[in-house]
Ligand binder design. Sequence first.
Ligand SMILES: [Zn+2]
Length: 261
Amino acid sequence: MQHLAKIPFPEVERLARAGKALVILPVGVVEEHGAHLPLGVDSFAAEAYATATAPHLEEQGYDVIVAPTINYGVAHQALNFAGTLTLQAETLKSLVVDIGRSLAKHGFNRLVILNGHRDLDHMRTLDAARSVLVDEKISQVLCTGFTSDPAVTGACYREGVKQFYRSPRPDREGHGGESETSVALHCFPDLVRKELIEQLEPNFDYDVEAFRNETEDYGTLSGGRGYFGWPRAASAETGKQLVLTRGRNIAQFILNAWGGL
Ligand SMILES: [Zn+2]
């Protein structure tokens, strides 16, 4: 696995000439995730999943290149919390399309968008960017991670992970809860306010439909807490298993679509 921003151009040329390159573009956001987690959770998680996905693709003959993360996204749900930033959908779409076009110009025509941020507008926008690139016939593009197709999101994130959860209400775990806190404790523990986690009460009694359909904002839905579920159920070990499993899942999804080389 190579990071595009960390290698010089002759190596990029060699990778393009070899014809086996597959570029993963992690996409996240700057958004509140409760008082215990940093605003970059979704970006950092997307990067962790990219790293966990790569070896499975390399086993099948691909040269995996990870492009610099898009750290900004569309985030309407948490805008009332300090620090949450949002792009207009058109801005995000242009960013992804411009990156895809540039990659294709250099001979990289397999692009995997790996999105770590669940927001309906955000996910639809990534789909729209994918459509532009596919219609231009310059690259094959897949949307993975959180996507507007619940079946794809399920295949990437939910397959095989239930066994690792310890929350008494796994059906109520969501944004900033057991899953994201676990991934944070495993991948970027120094950025987690661990002393706060102990004090966080479960947030199980929220309007799940309004959460899923984004008909109410996170502040209203969570009574100002900004998390859904029970962060105290999280552990670094769970996070490790979630990242490994999801890396395998995402690779499998890509291989199902494109096959090996
Ligand atoms: Zn998140």
